[in-house]
Design a binder for this molecule. Structure first.
Ligand code: ARG
Ligand code: ZN
Length: 467
């Protein structure tokens, strides 16, 4: 049949069939192009992430000079179209773009806020695998969060400290910046000789020439964009392995080596202990990056290597390592479920403390920063499953979240509880899930109806009294 006949059929079909209200792909050979959504509608960060495609891999190559704070970068995204696209967005707050190509073809683009709007020509069809190569140069911005804390590309006195939760990644690379679109990553970081650039995953190579060193890091398990880091500076590097053979890479600011020695020394034991209660460590390597970034003031569970902005205690180390299972491997579907990350990591650190001969989890539960808080305290007035963007890293998701797990353990018993947390890590490994799925899972494992338990602990205000 000739092209004209096909075109006539298309016209006929579109006359007879009412077009669907949603952006459905056209039938094969009959693409129906539209723009990918500019955001995924997350309740806390509605513009984060984009519709119309699924990122498979980020290849991020840059040269950065701490003296001038200038970055020269080329980032290449490999993605698959999930609808017929004549336009799509990326999230990007980084410096000026000098060129942008989709596949081999230069593409026009515009920028407003965090949205980088790309017009690919030729257009993309559902199922097409395509690359977006973006070249940019300048100083990546520091991002301020709803709670007033900073993230993104944060310059330090000897390099940069790079946390990305919940919205820092687009500071230094164009991204589909929502935890639901995980991808693998490669980083090629070129820095002045003597500086160490530490990324997620495995160090593939390190080469120096002409006064610059290029570090090639490969993160081959799926990773949410907010967990990506290439933190750089003067670091004392140490490499070892855990008793069960997982490579450990630690990079510590020389000024913090003594203060952080106790926490660093415990990394293998913590990973081993959590592997026994949560199931196998989900990634090919572990470690930590301990830097001096006083303006940041928090730690983050960057995948395979949590980053610390000051010397951590052992409890904080345990918290960030626990996130490798809960948060990094098992990820959120929406930010309002942040207790699934922070409550689990906090409870895991209580368990580690008890395991290592310290305060029991029960005593920590009872303490004044937890259940011991007065019923009149404002602490009890925040709903655990909806703390809001300002308090998503406040006490409630952490402490009420951890209390919820301890109370659940008391309610369903140790056997069911530990089976549940292990299965939760295994069933959702490298995936995304939510509170409703957790409740269903807890009811299945325990054989109990837990509706009122979870209403009391997660969905309602007020200090729980009976459960
Ligand atoms: N998830 C981190 C932790 O608890 C905290 C990140 C805080 N981020 C922020 N922008 N305040 O380990
Ligand atoms: Zn945490």
């Amino acid at each position: 049949r000739g092209a004209a006949a096909v075109a006539a059929l298309c016209t006929l079909a579109s006359l007879q069939l009412a077009p669907p209200a949603y952006a459905a792909p056209g039938a094969p050979g009959h693409p129906r192009y539209s723009a990918g959504a500019p955001g995924l509608g997350d309740p806390y960060f509605p513009d984060q992430g984009n519709g119309g495609y699924d990122v498979r891999h980020y290849d991020i190559a840059f040269r950065y000079d701490p003296a001038t704070r200038r970055m020269d970068a080329t980032s290449t995204i490999t993605a698959v179209a999930t609808q017929d696209l004549d336009r799509f967005d990326l999230d990007f707050r980084g410096p000026d773009i000098s060129s942008l190509k989709v596949g081999e073809h230069p593409a026009s683009f515009t920028r407003t806020g965090q949205e980088l709007v790309v017009t690919p020509r030729p257009k993309l069809k559902t199922g097409d695998t395509f690359t977006v190569q973006v070249a940019y140069a300048g100083t990546p911005p520091v991002i301020t969060d709803p709670d007033g804390s900073i993230e993104g590309w944060v310059p330090t006195d000897d390099g940069a400290f790079v946390p990305g939760e919940p919205q820092g990644a687009p500071s230094w690379f164009p991204a589909n910046d929502h935890p639901t679109d995980k991808a693998t990553f490669t980083f090629h970081a070129t820095v002045p000789e003597g500086i160490t650039a530490v990324g997620n995953g495995r160090l593939v190579s390190q080469k120096t020439s002409g006064g610059w060193t290029t570090f090639l890091w490969d993160s081959s398990e799926p990773m949410a964009t907010y967990l990506a880091t290439v933190t750089l500076g003067n670091f004392t590097v140490d490499r070892s392995t855990t008793p069960s053979g997982i490579p450990v890479y630690t990079a510590v600011d020389p000024r913090l080596v003594t203060q952080s020695a106790a926490a660093v020394a415990k990394i293998p034991d913590i990973v081993e202990y959590f592997s026994t209660i949560f199931g196998p460590y989900p990634f090919g390597s572990t470690g930590a990056i301990i830097d001096r970034a006083p303006d940041v003031g928090y730690a983050l569970e960057s995948q395979t290597k949590p980053i610390f902005s000051s010397a951590p205690g052992v409890g904080t180390m345990a918290h960030e390592l626990a996130h490798q299972w809960y948060g990094d491997s098992v990820s959120l579907t929406k930010w309002s479920d942040i207790w699934l990350n922070e409550g689990f990591a906090t409870y895991a650190s209580w368990l580690w403390t008890e395991h290592s001969g310290g305060t029991t989890a029960q005593a920590t539960f009872n303490s004044g920063s937890n259940y011991g808080r007065a019923a009149t305290s404002s602490f009890w007035q925040t709903v655990t499953t909806d703390p809001g963007p300002v308090d998503m890293f406040g006490n409630v998701p952490y402490n009420r979240g951890a209390m919820t797990l301890h109370a659940l353990r008391g309610k369903i018993g140790d056997a069911a509880f530990f089976r549940l947390v292990k299965e939760w890590a295994t069933d959702h490994r490298y995936g995304n899930t939510d509170t409703a799925a957790f409740i269903t899972h807890a009811e299945r494992v325990s054989g109990m109806n837990l509706t009122s338990f979870f209403n009391t602990w997660l969905h309602q205000k007020g200090k729980p009294t009976t459960w």
